[in-house]
Design a protein around this ligand. Structure first.
Ligand SMILES: C[S@@+](CC[C@H](N)C(=O)[O-])C[C@H]1O[C@@H](n2cnc3c(N)ncnc32)[C@H](O)[C@@H]1O
Length: 191
């Protein structure tokens, strides 16, 4: 019954469509890149996808064999300062507590080069939901469509909350787009 409830909830959640037109240039660290490995599928060898779970990496790796797959926690990245040109996060912040999200932003800032961009696609989650479920149809720049679902017990996540944390981390906000169930942010590191 415990496993059946989320499954049924998933079936009855309407599909949200997301079109990814582009991802950042150069070397990119993708935070929480396992699961479908969406960013790695697009950027291939340019992407270093880090994930704290080997099982999530194993699931994603066959979709993008030439990406760099690294088992690591986003709050303690095994890279020197200013290592990557840019960074992405695709619906993995929704799995982090606010404390972890803050620490992740700080670490991402540290490993980014000056003028590096952090692109975030993440879910808008209210305070009421028991289990929050998002069903997505993702269209990649190649036209490939991925149908998937993400579920989390985290609460209180939205554009304003994430903007505030990015500000605290000293990121400069470049773009902030709010949609009904998700948001997109581009922020820049400027020293
Ligand atoms: C469901 S996936 C998100 C979607 C994924 N980006 C994709 O392309 O399908 C969320 C991932 O974030 C990872 N994650 C959550 N907290 C993390 C952390 N602190 N460090 C690294 N990975 C984390 C989870 O292990 C999980 O694989």
């Amino acid at each position: 019954m415990r496993r059946l409830k989320p499954f049924i909830q998933m079936l009855f959640t309407p599909m949200t469509k997301i079109i990814i037109e582009s991802i950042p240039d150069g070397s990119v660290i993708d935070i929480g890149g396992g699961g479908e490995g969406v960013i790695a599928q697009i950027g291939k060898e340019r992407i270093t996808a880090i994930d704290k779970l080997q099982s999530e990496i194993d699931e994603a790796k066959p979709h993008a064999l030439n990406a760099n797959w690294i088992l690591a926690d986003a709050t303690d990245l095994p890279y020197t300062n200013e290592y990557f040109d840019n960074a992405t996060l695709f619906f993995s912040g929704m799995y982090m507590s606010l404390e972890t999200f803050r620490a992740m932003c700080k670490e991402t800032y540290r490993v980014l080069k000056n003028n590096g961009e952090f692109w975030i696609w993440d879910a808008t989650i209210s305070n009421q939901n028991d289990l929050f479920i998002l069903r997505l149809q993702i269209t990649l720049p190649s036209g490939k469509k991925i149908n998937t679902g993400y579920g989390t017990k985290q609460r209180n996540r939205n554009l304003m909350v994430v903007k505030q944390i990015l500000n605290e981390t000293k990121f400069h906000l470049k773009i902030a787009d709010n949609h009904k169930k998700w948001f997109f942010i581009k922020a820049t590191k400027k020293i």
